[in-house]
Design a binder for this molecule. Structure first.
Ligand code: AMO
Length: 443
């Protein structure tokens, strides 16, 4: 026997029903729902991205629906494609059932109702039964949208001559500092799970000039909040030969415009199913960190407890400010205080108390951090020492600087956080396929 790579199709896709009007076709899928009426029945078939209405009636054929045909049976349905009309006057195709071949039977009935518009349970139960609850069309649309975001990021950056890379997740050092790093016993040696690809994406600027990565990263967050996960997908890029950190903000704005457009065009069904409010981006306003603090204190009459960072309430205020003043869902905040930014961040030569860095807020939530990096070897070693770090522990990282690095910078964008606010969710777990948090490592 030999295989040729040719994929023979014996069934049709729902998206091709228009080409088969009034023809007999066969389609594969899973029985999502059976609704019995007095003298006919609707069998709703779930396919990869759609639900297909199949109609059973003794008028259509001599086929009789067997009692063992149940929800979640995998089936092959043969029937006639007929066109009906939607309320909007467009054609809606359905299948008049002539025959159903049952390919597999579930062993048990789903523990949660997934056939209604929304999964009928609380978030915790939804997450407990994720392999099943994700079958709900609305639930799975969330992660189709997430696919679109990643695809847009990848397509846009590839068009800008970025190289896609994968960096190790078992690391010799924590990249972001702080205490939220998972320690791992690696054959008797202590290593860490990657908090971000930071050290490697910078190294790769010396190789490819422009790189990006979409991959999981790990943060040992010890608290249970609606915006923190212990494992999340970080969409990172790093680019060399920048003139200033504004180049990075421009690249991100370009990527976001591309992503939103892709969602509107190629994910329209999911966007409509989820009532997603896709933002219009023409330009994104920029405000300096200290000016943002002034806005918070003067316009919102709020007294911050920390003048070096924002708390979630302050981020929300800035979101409102951006909407009201600039009609923008996004706002870049630049020049964060040096004390709050990691060791690789370049200080502002005009005022070293602040950095050439930024965060991007989307509808009042931080979704990105980024900035220009230190590229000079001596400067980086000196900054590490100033921060109480031992440069010898970062010997491989410092090879970039020691053996020559162009001026560069980049950013990290949290996929789940972007999805969360795009879809108007209150909890980041709703935008996470299989969340890991302080209380959850299953399923
Ligand atoms: P930072 O640590 O700010 O920066 O992370 C970047 C973005 O990642 C998301 N994020 C999280 N999402 C869910 N759960 C978490 N626990 C979590 N922590 C962070 C946020 C955040 O804006 N190396 C830098 C990026 C860079 O400068 O290139 C970094 O990782 O959306």
């Amino acid at each position: 026997m030999a295989v040729t790579g040719e994929i023979k199709k014996t069934t049709v896709e729902f998206s091709d029903f228009g080409k088969h009007e009034n023809e007999i076709v066969t389609i594969k899928g899973t029985v999502h729902n059976i609704r019995m009426m007095s003298d006919f029945a609707f069998v709703i078939l779930r396919t990869a991205r759609e639900t297909v209405q199949c109609v059973y009636s003794e008028d259509f054929s001599s086929y009789r629906m067997p009692p063992e045909l149940k929800e979640e049976c995998a089936v092959k349905v043969t029937g006639k494609v007929v066109a009906g009309e939607t309320r909007e006057g467009t054609k809606r195709y359905e299948l008049q059932i002539h025959d159903v071949e049952i390919l597999s039977h579930p062993a048990a009935i789903s523990p949660v109702v997934i056939t209604k518009k929304q999964v009928q349970c609380d978030l915790n139960t939804n997450l407990d039964y994720r392999p099943v609850t994700l079958r709900n069309p609305r639930e799975r649309a969330i992660f189709k949208i997430q696919e679109g975001i990643q695809r847009g990021f990848r397509e846009f950056l590839t068009s800008q001559n970025f190289t896609e890379v994968h960096t190790p997740k078992i690391n010799y050092a924590g990249a972001e500092g702080g205490t939220n790093v998972f320690k791992l016993d690696y054959f008797g040696k202590q290593v860490f799970l990657a908090q971000s690809p930071q050290l490697y994406k910078q190294a790769l600027v010396g190789v490819y000039e422009r790189v990006f990565e979409i991959a999981p990263v790990f943060r040992a967050e010890h608290h249970d909040t609606s915006r923190h996960l212990n494992e999340y997908i970080s969409m990172d890029f790093e680019m060399g030969f920048i003139d200033s950190f504004e180049d990075i903000m421009n690249m991100e704005t370009g990527a976001l415009k591309y992503i939103m457009n892709l969602l509107k065009t190629e994910y329209a069904n999911e966007v409509s199913l989820l009532h997603a409010d896709i933002p219009e981006i023409t330009e994104i306003p920029v405000i300096k960190f200290m000016d943002a603090k002034q806005v918070i204190m003067k316009q919102f009459k709020y007294q911050p407890t920390d003048m070096k960072d924002f708390d979630p309430a302050e981020e929300e205020m800035l979101g409102k400010y951006a909407k009201k003043k600039f009609n923008s869902d996004f706002i870049f905040v630049t020049h964060y205080p040096s004390k709050k930014r990691p060791f690789y961040t370049m200080d502002d030569p005009e005022d070293p108390e602040y950095t050439l860095s930024f965060d991007l807020l989307f509808r009042g939530l931080e979704i990105t951090s980024g900035g220009q990096r230190v590229h000079d070897y001596y400067e980086q070693v000196e900054k590490m020492k100033r921060l109480g770090m031992n440069p010898e522990q970062f010997e491989t990282y410092l090879m970039l600087h020691k053996y020559g690095a162009p001026p560069h910078g980049g950013l990290g964008l949290g996929l789940e956080r972007l999805t969360m606010h795009l879809l108007g969710f209150k909890n980041v777990r709703e935008a996470t396929m299989f969340p890991r948090d302080i209380n959850r490592v299953t399923p």
